[in-house]
Design a protein around this ligand. Structure first.
Ligand code: NAD
Length: 265
């Protein structure tokens, strides 16, 4: 059992939490006593190991949903099943996301649709399913993992930038609609965080810009961040935990940067 359990009795559902930022957020919320729904793709044995260690390390209940966030019906069903299994969804973290790097005129339309579905529309489907319970209990936290690309653009990332700007607008709208219900909705905007999502885009960026791997890391990725350092998943998770807490009750509709100064430039 965690020493301090501010979220004991609450359930957190984190989409895209079998890896990277989502996994760190799930673990950080479990460390504060929340029951957890993890979601995402990956090796079944590795996911079961992670689910089991959330329970054994933090003394919480943890379940796994393999729902595909590109499919609205599966996404909505995941929330319904989570409520049936754990009693409620109090903290909703819309984090699942993918990236694809290509000039706009060569951008495969099916990749565009997939990115908009996973990075933007899935948050609509989860939010509409979770809100009635949050409103009834007069408490809820919706935390959307957006990106520095919710605020500024980079070339060759048209679908991602469009979806992330979209999630910022969706976050603000939900915040306004829920402001008198004890519910907050905020977007976290990380700069570059070293996760599989960033690692996987390096070869395509090398091809799109004609650069070496080292040039992509130093001249494209870290070039954007005045700190010249990657943001860590633990730093993003700590911000999510703060936003989920009662001391953050007045923070709503905010688009919060955690990007080493990138968007200040
Ligand atoms: P990641 O690749 O490590 O994790 C992505 C997660 O989403 C995985 O659990 C994966 O299984 C899951 N996922 C992918 N497609 C899915 C689908 N169709 N259905 C369900 N789950 C799916 O990536 P990450 O870097 O941890 O990214 C997490 C979020 O953070 C994304 O929304 C991403 O856009 C955002 N983000 C990342 C960075 C960065 O630099 N890494 C920066 C800003 C924002």
């Amino acid at each position: 059992m965690p020493l301090a359990s501010p979220f004991k009795g609450k359930t957190a559902l984190v989409t895209g939490s079998t890896s990277g930022i989502g996994l760190a957020i799930a673990r950080a919320l479990a460390a504060q006593g929340a029951d957890i729904v993890i979601n995402g793709f990956g090796d079944a044995a590795a996911i079961e190991k992670e689910r089991g260690s959330l329970e054994s390390e933090f003394g919480v209940r943890a379940i796994y949903s393999g729902a595909d966030m590109s499919k609205g019906d599966q996404t909505e069903a995941m929330v319904t099943e989570a409520i049936a299994a754990l009693g409620s969804v109090d903290i909703l973290v819309n984090n699942a996301g993918i990236q694809f790097v290509s000039p706009v005129e060569e951008f495969p339309p099916e990749k565009w649709d997939q990115i908009v579905a996973i990075n933007l529309s899935s948050a609509f489907h989860t939010t509409r399913a979770a809100l009635p319970g949050m409103k009834a209990r007069k408490w809820g936290r919706i935390i959307n993992t957006a990106s520095a690309h919710a605020l500024i653009a980079s070339p060759f990332k048209s679908a991602y930038v469009a979806a992330k700007h979209g999630i910022a607008g969706f976050t603000k709208t939900v915040a306004l609609e829920t402001a008198t219900f004890g519910i907050t909705a905020n977007a976290i905007c990380p700069g570059y965080v070293w996760t599989p999502l960033v690692e996987k885009q390096i070869p395509d960026t090398m091809a799109a810009r004609g650069l070496t791997r080292e040039q992509v890391i130093n001249d494209v990725l870290l070039h954007a961040q005045p700190t010249k350092q990657f943001v860590t998943v633990e730093e993003v998770a700590a911000l999510a935990v703060y936003l989920a807490g009662d001391m953050a009750r007045s923070i709503t509709g905010s688009i919060i940067s955690i990007d080493g100064g990138w968007t200040a430039a």
